[in-house]
Design a binder for this molecule. Structure first.
Ligand SMILES: *[C@@H]1O[C@H](CO)[C@@H](O)[C@H](O)[C@H]1NC(C)=O
Length: 254
């Protein structure tokens, strides 16, 4: 009996062999998933929001509180594409209904849509077999800034460079871009596109191509403070990082 099973296992058409292939297939998928470790290094609570742009999976139920010094982990499956950001000054009732001063996603604790700009974004596409298992990631100020974010790739191979905005842009934000809370403190900094809605600042119309959309006085303030973050729509492509088989530490107030 034992012998016959062993022989059966070597037959490529046998069930055990097919099952071994199925396991390899599963392992292959697990290998390209990425573990996200979110850390709150701010002195205040943030309420991270997550949004999958391609509906692959909702991470962390879409949103949750993260106390100062706390961290939380979840796994972004192979092929996950989406963004994470911090919400600040939130107040939710027992059933999770409420609003935030910055990064609000409209429907309470758990986001089902993107955050309201201005908000600093960490953007990811996790590799899958069809793209050579390569992850793409960046930190973007294209929709403005609220909280510093740093993305550190760990354990992967390839470029895998740090992306982030560690500087506090709220302290250098020009007055015409400032968002203040009820107490008058600057809590976020708008993009020039959001503030002025012109084709030059929004890279639309005749400024809608990489050749005709250029840095502006405002995007340069962002770029100087945060050189490894995207500062405007067609900013230097080197702001996008790539890495394979990596996990990521995403820190707020890095
Ligand atoms: C921005 O300007 C365009 C046309 O110039 C207009 O269609 C659009 O509604 C404006 N957006 C906002 C948010 O004001």
């Amino acid at each position: 009996m034992f012998f016959s099973m062993k022989v059966m296992g070597l037959n490529p058409n046998s069930k055990p062999f097919a099952f071994a292939h199925f396991l390899l297939f599963l392992l292959g998928n697990v290998a390209s998933a990425a573990v996200f470790t979110l850390q709150n290094r701010c002195s205040y609570t943030v309420w991270p929001g997550t949004l999958s742009g391609n509906g692959v999976a909702t991470l962390g139920d879409g949103g949750f509180p993260l106390e100062p010094g706390a961290e939380i982990q979840f796994t972004a499956p192979s092929g996950w594409s989406g963004r994470l950001w911090a919400r600040t000054g939130c107040s939710f009732d027992g059933s999770g209904i409420g609003t935030c001063v910055t990064g609000d996603c409209g429907n309470g604790l758990r986001c089902s849509g993107g955050g309201v700009p201005p908000a600093t974004l960490a953007e990811f596409t996790i590799g899958f077999a069809g793209n050579g298992d390569k992850d793409f990631y960046d930190v973007s100020l294209v929709d403005g800034y609220n909280v510093g974010i740093g993305v550190l790739a760990t354990g992967g191979t390839g470029d895998c460079k740090y992306a982030g905005c560690a500087a506090d842009l709220n302290t250098v934000c020009p007055e015409e871009l400032q968002v203040r809370d009820g107490g008058g403190t600057v809590v976020a900094c708008k993009s020039a596109c959001a503030a002025f809605n012109t084709s030059v600042f929004c890279c639309t119309g005749e400024h809608g191509t990489p050749q005709t959309c250029s840095a502006t006085h405002y995007s340069e303030i962002f770029k100087n403070a945060c050189p490894t973050a995207y500062s405007y729509a067609y900013d230097d492509a080197s702001s996008t990082r790539t890495c394979s088989g990596s996990d990521y530490v995403i820190a707020f107030c890095p």
